[in-house]
Design a protein around this ligand. Sequence first.
Ligand SMILES: NC(=O)C1=CN([C@@H]2O[C@H](COP(=O)(O)OP(=O)(O)OC[C@H]3O[C@@H](n4cnc5c(N)ncnc54)[C@H](OP(=O)(O)O)[C@@H]3O)[C@@H](O)[C@H]2O)C=CC1
Ligand SMILES: O=CC(=O)O
Length: 327
Amino acid sequence: MSESRKKVVVFRKLPDDLLERIRAQHDVTVADPRRPDELPRFRAALHDAQGLIGSSFKLTADDLASAPALEVVSSISVGIDNYDLAYLKQRGIVLCHTPGVLTETTADTVFALVIATSRRLVELSALVREGQWTRNIGEELFGWDVHGKTLGVLGFGRIGQAVARRAALGFGMPVLFHDPFDVPVPSELAGRASRAPFEEVLARADIVALTLPLAEETRGLMDADAFSRMKQGAIFVNGSRGAIVQEAALLDALDSGHLRAAGLDVFAVEPLPQDSRLRTHPKVTPLPHIGSATHETRRAMAELATDNLLKTLAGQPPVAAFDLSKV
Ligand SMILES: NC(=O)C1=CN([C@@H]2O[C@H](COP(=O)(O)OP(=O)(O)OC[C@H]3O[C@@H](n4cnc5c(N)ncnc54)[C@H](OP(=O)(O)O)[C@@H]3O)[C@@H](O)[C@H]2O)C=CC1
Ligand SMILES: O=CC(=O)O
């Protein structure tokens, strides 16, 4: 066996051919820590692992501490909120992720929620399915135009800009965005998108879309005060992370009639607990965290994560490492 073979733990399902690519170079343990029956094998495999590849599992500093030989964590996601960044930085472990390849698909999902909530698509489709379409619908079931409304984008990164392009270029929506980073307005959005302070985006937008990362500064950012600053009758859409939203405050804003509707792809606890009111609330369109969930995009993410893992283990620069120097 070659000296250069390393130990890799795959903690999320990978396509067979990509698993074989990794197996051709390294010794692989496949174990899904979200399954109680596989958790002990996952934890045992960490002890001599040099590489980890997977997603949707919170890797704590304790988990990482039990992997003294770890060189790289390759996340099959762009979001890196499941990892203890300070600890990874301190240990010099490379953190890789999958920016870019999921941008357009996730923006499609966010925009689908904009349309679904405004035009009440899920609710009205259910009415047909349930056999209640017995006469023309009345105005109590009418929707709200999307075209021409002002879209607020919180987090004007890759996905935020892709959502803004759909809104401005496809639906004639003026876009207001907030981002702490001094992102220039892309040329195709010149005259159609403008930067504004957080409070102004909330106060002026008809529809607010959340597309920023979960970090200590953004946790709970959308609280009762933020929702109260939104326009009466506005719509809130979240395509980033549930913990950025104080869900009880969102429910209050929906119950009081202050907000018209919410479209949510992500929740503070996932899968959404059965007793969560967000699951059945008539004004909420909930999705099971499907932002990037198409065959093409999930494949591209798995390929990029595999490339990142193999390159790093080979001592080469990965395609996409998260810059831990910012932490
Ligand atoms: N629903 C889903 O399935 C998916 C969800 N996501 C989520 O979307 C997030 C965004 O992804 P992506 O667009 O690729 O990431 P980017 O880093 O390109 O964009 C995020 C932007 O938000 C900015 N930002 C950070 N903090 C704030 C703040 N307090 N207020 C406003 N803007 C802020 C960032 O600025 P700076 O760079 O200065 O920090 C950055 O410009 C991911 O982190 C992930 O959590 C992603 C894919 C799929
Ligand atoms: O939520 C998905 C991601 O890629 O981040």
